[in-house]
Design a protein around this ligand. Structure first.
Ligand code: NAD
Length: 494
């Protein structure tokens, strides 16, 4: 793949001509290069998107856009094996997980095709108002040029969560993928083009966050920003958006709790806790990285989890049977190893705690569990975004909820118990946008996704994700033959 940007339906060099290496995290070796986009490239891409929005694209029906979305889904389907391998090379995750991401991506485009069709039926829907002399309707118009900025943990899928609803809504867009995992976004641009998406509707500008992401967030012709990433970058993006009062959705970090009561099925608990923290190397925004276990079962549960963690097969994501690949980058590797050292000072290390033996290259770390973690420990409070589980014990339901909710984040929370009334009670009291009962992490694309507190603003997925890219327009008509009266009454007859 040439190091090019995709702007206005064509592959172009970055204005400043630079490139950035793309590193395979399992080998630490560069295997591709991308164009280093800058503010000039963002200007070109936004201008192309603005032009395209004012052309025939702006008059397409939902049904027409649905056909394109289905063609994109079919294009991804036709290349799904290659795309999955590309995600592994870029991100490091095990191939089976990457295959799951691609399947979800295909589902996402097909789902938004259905929503695009349903949108046609909702155009002009009447709204009852308490005055029969008026009729009121709502039309949904595209929000304009959308700036989409995504992270590296699910490269293609995170892009799809934004690109699919943006197209469904009739927006045009500029996508800025993470500099660590940019390749599948470029493939998506090509697939969109081959599917018949008109030039300028989908543009992809690769590059560093500060060089390409920041100018996109600050661009005055971008009317809608959809960002997924860390809290500090989210704050920078929101600050930039505020200057032009742009519409904004933020999907940010988390430090999600899983509360386990003594009556829960221990085998099920082990399964979901392991999945909740070690899936995707723990690089999951909603990872249940804080286990809050009822004191009577905490030691036995921790023992079982440690036994399982030691069995996890670590290696290159392309190797059959591997369950834990490398972390995405040197920076992430250094950060996670740093937290392991912090944890050794703050709490009791149960298993893991460093680099696994026998690896000469690659950003590999051990699945790690700390127990007796105090509530003021950094490993309890801060998002690590790696395979580190922190465990604390609780004595009562209120104590568990206090531990669960005392956090600046509010993305997800899970509870495990056989007592369904208690599960519902705890679910209601969790301060989180996503709650799981007797499971952790299953994610469907129809319900809303997003967080409270510092975990974000707004919701993605489902029809909530579509509304992010639409402006509802109220149209109110006076339909009575009687004079309205206020002007005449007050000025002439009054
Ligand atoms: P990040 O904030 O470092 O980067 C995200 C994106 O923003 C990248 O494309 C980056 O290049 C760009 N960027 C960096 N600086 C920028 C700036 N000043 N202006 C505009 N764009 C800029 O995050 P990351 O390390 O790529 O991803 C990990 C984070 O993402 C974690 O905190 C994780 O919880 C979060 N995340 C959240 C969700 C969710 O749905 N809530 C999903 C996935 C990841």
């Amino acid at each position: 793949m040439e190091p090019k940007l995709f702007i206005d339906g064509a592959w172009v060099d970055a204005a400043q001509g630079g490139t950035l290496d793309v590193i395979n995290p399992a080998t630490e070796r560069p295997f591709a290069a991308i164009a280093a986009g800058s503010a000039t490239d963002i200007d070109r891409a936004v201008a192309a998107a603005k032009r395209a929005g004012k052309g025939p694209w702006g008059r397409t029906t939902g049904r027409e856009r649905a056909a394109l979305l289905r063609a994109i889904a079919a294009g991804i389907e036709a290349e799904k094996d290659r795309l999955a391998r590309l995600e592994v090379e870029d991100n490091g995750k095990p191939l089976a997980e990457a295959e799951g991401d691609i399947a979800d991506t295909i589902y996402c485009f097909n789902l938004y095709a259905t929503y695009a069709e349903e949108l046609d039926a909702r155009q002009g829907e009447p709204i009852a108002v308490p005055d029969a002399r008026f009729s009121t309707r709502v039309k949904y118009v595209p929000a304009g040029v959308a700036g989409l900025i995504v992270p590296w943990n699910y490269p293609l899928l995170m892009a799809a969560w934004k690109v699919a609803p943006a197209i469904a809504a009739g927006c045009t867009l500029v996508l800025k993928p993470s500099e660590y995992t940019p390749l599948s976004a470029l493939e998506l641009a090509r697939i969109c083009h081959e599917a018949g998406v008109p030039p300028g509707v989908v543009n992809v500008v690769t590059g560093l966050g500060r060089d390409a992401g920041a100018p996109l967030a600050a661009h005055p012709d971008v009317s809608k920003l959809a960002f997924t990433g860390s809290v500090p970058t989210g704050i920078a993006v929101a600050t930039a958006a505020a200057q032009d009062v742009k519409s904004l959705s933020l999907e940010l970090g988390g430090k999600s709790p899983i509360v386990v009561f003594a009556d829960a099925d221990l085998d099920q608990v082990v399964e979901w806790v392991m999945f909740g923290i070690f899936w995707n190397q723990g690089q999951v925004c909603s990872a249940t990285s804080r286990l809050i276990a009822e004191r009577s079962i905490a030691p036995r549960l921790v023992e079982r989890l440690a036994e399982e963690a030691r069995k996890i097969v670590i290696g290159d994501g392309m190797t059959e049977g591997v369950q834990l690949g490398p972390l995405v980058s040197r920076a992430q590797y250094d950060k996670v190893l740093g937290y392991m050292e912090v944890g050794k000072r703050e709490a009791t290390l149960v298993t893991g705690g460093g680099r696994p033996a026998g690896f000469n290259a690659g950003y590999f770390v051990e699945p790690t569990i700390f127990t007796d973690v105090p509530a003021d420990a950094r490993i309890w409070k801060e998002e690590i975004f790696g395979p580190i589980l922190s465990v604390a014990a609780f004595d009562s339901e209120n104590h568990a909820l206090d531990l669960a909710n005392t956090t600046e984040f509010g993305l997800a929370a899970a509870v495990m118990t056989k007592d369904i009334e208690r599960a519902e009670r705890v679910a209601d009291r969790f301060e989180a946008g996503v709650v799981w009962i007797n499971c952790s992490q299953p994610n469907f694309l129809e319900p809303p996704w997003g967080g409270m507190k510092k975990s974000g603003v707004g919701r993605e997925l489902g029809t909530w994700g579509l509304m992010n890219f639409l402006e509802p327009k109220q149209i109110t008509a006076y339909q009575s033959s009687e004079p309205w009266g206020w002007y005449l009454k007050n000025t002439q007859n009054g």
